[in-house]
Design a protein. Structure first.
Length: 102
């Protein structure tokens, strides 16, 4: 299990896209806009995800177990919020499909 900062993951995505050609990375423009925005920087530097191996998405029972463990130490570790994110696009907001221009 690996803890990954959302902002760092966004930055790595942009770095990889810039090395390999942004045309192959459909979320490049949206992600680059997010990491350049100071307000969004603050938000995403305080947001973390758990990776199971290289997987960012895994079975709900695994995620629920992690959530329970983190919630148990929440007050002792200055954790503001612990939540599960549903990977089904129908159940949560998704990044735009078309590039965002600045």
């Amino acid at each position: 299990m690996t803890l990954v900062c959302t902002f760092d993951a966004f930055q790595e995505y942009c770095n990889e896209a810039e090395l390999n050609g942004i045309q192959n990375y459909p979320l490049y423009e949206w992600t680059k806009t997010v990491i350049k925005d100071p307000i969004k920087q603050q938000k995403h530097t305080k947001s973390f995800a758990f990776y199971l191996g290289l997987e960012q998405v895994y079975e709900k029972h695994v995620a629920a177990a992690i959530q329970l463990e983190v919630t148990a130490i929440k007050d002792k570790k200055d954790i503001l919020e612990v939540k599960l994110i549903d990977s089904n696009p129908a159940n949560n907001p998704q990044p735009p499909q078309t590039p965002v221009t600045e």
